[in-house]
Design a protein around this ligand. Structure first.
Ligand code: AHR
Length: 331
């Protein structure tokens, strides 16, 4: 066990430092690549979902296009790995650090270290729950509360149809994202707020599936065994919704008909399931944050004023809209 942990941390550090070779300040000089390029250290959450894969590709491609040298690390869903990676970027004197925090809390110490080293930090995708907003330059990402509200509003607007067993109650089971992560907290909050408008809608069970397909499948299997009269699944992301579809089909039921499904993300596999009638509604969460992140990094390093919050523009999709949008989808 101990050997495995040490190995994982070493692998992470190699990931964070190994890529550093060309932009590293091995000679002790202050930040910057050998050729004057901006060097960005990016600490990614992991590879838990289709959304995350698209996000990682966007960051890597945009860095290359912007001529920014990227040191990239994958924290495999663990906060301690992200903190290790950020400390390694500080040691390497990168010009700027960006990261998508696995969970909201517990970042103040490492962010203070970055600040003391004079390295600006940009939050992307997920926020931190820190009172000291001077610890980061800006937060670029979605409005997760609104995503939850949009999901809940669709259910309120379609409550009659969603009462699949016609008993007058709409029983919802919720597949939550990673416990403590901003999108899990905020989407849950937004959804609860919106469905409060209709007392016939109730969340009867809620559990984390950790934003993964496998997690969604396992939790849904257990809900199907323990819960009576499930009408609706609200999954905090497409991957968990896709896992729930597998569990529902294995139980001999028809997803989208016998149990309605609402998800968030609108990645390709989710949109395909929506177009196929297995999901009923998807709220988009755009993973293509790379170009905006690189622009913001350049502006910060040029000393320009940037907004404290940059909200990603997003939409929602019904089944008909998914059929239309699918051919042009970029992720
Ligand atoms: O933080 C964004 C969320 O993280 C996405 O909705 C989910 O798919 C991902 O894993």
């Amino acid at each position: 066990m101990a050997i495995k942990t040490v190995g994982a941390v070493a692998a992470l550090l190699m990931g964070a430092t190994g890529l550093a070779a060309c932009g590293d300040s091995a000679d002790g000089s202050e930040g910057g690549g050998d050729d004057g390029k901006i060097v960005m250290g990016f600490a990614q959450v992991g590879a838990e979902s289709g959304w995350r894969t698209a996000n990682t590709e966007s960051i890597k491609e945009s860095a290359e296009e912007a001529g920014i040298e990227l040191k990239f690390s994958d924290a495999q869903g663990k906060q301690e790995n992200q903190i290790t990676a950020i400390r390694s970027y500080i040691q390497q004197k990168v010009d700027i650090i960006a990261f998508s925090p696995v969970v909201e809390t517990g970042w103040d110490a490492v962010l203070q270290e970055a600040k003391a080293a004079g390295i600006p930090v940009i939050l992307t995708d997920r926020a931190v729950d820190s009172e000291d907003t001077s610890l980061y330059e800006t937060f670029l990402g979605s409005d997760f509360v609104k995503e939850g509200q949009d999901a809940g509003q669709w259910l309120v607007d379609n409550a009659a149809e969603a009462d699949v067993d016609g008993d007058g109650d709409v029983n919802v089971v919720q597949l939550e994202g990673t416990t403590g992560a901003a999108p899990a907290i905020d989407r849950g909050e937004g959804f609860a707020e919106a469905i409060a408008a209709d007392p016939s809608i109730e969340v009867t069970a809620s559990q984390t599936g950790d934003f993964t397909r496998d997690g969604g499948k396992q939790v849904m299997e257990s809900f199907l065994n323990s819960e009576e009269g499930i009408d609706v699944v609200f999954a905090h992301n497409d991957d968990m919704g896709l896992g729930a579809i597998e569990a529902i089909e294995a139980a001999g039921l028809e997803p989208g008909k016998d149990i309605k499904i609402i998800t968030v993300d609108a990645v390709h596999d989710g949109m395909q399931a929506l177009a196929d009638g297995k999901i009923n509604f998807i709220v988009e969460c755009n993973p293509l944050l790379g170009p905006q992140l690189m622009d913001l990094a350049q502006q910060v390093l040029d000393g320009e004023d940037i907004p404290e919050r940059v909200v990603t523009e997003e939409t929602t999709f019904t089944q008909e809209q998914a059929i239309e949008a699918l051919p042009d989808r970029k992720y």
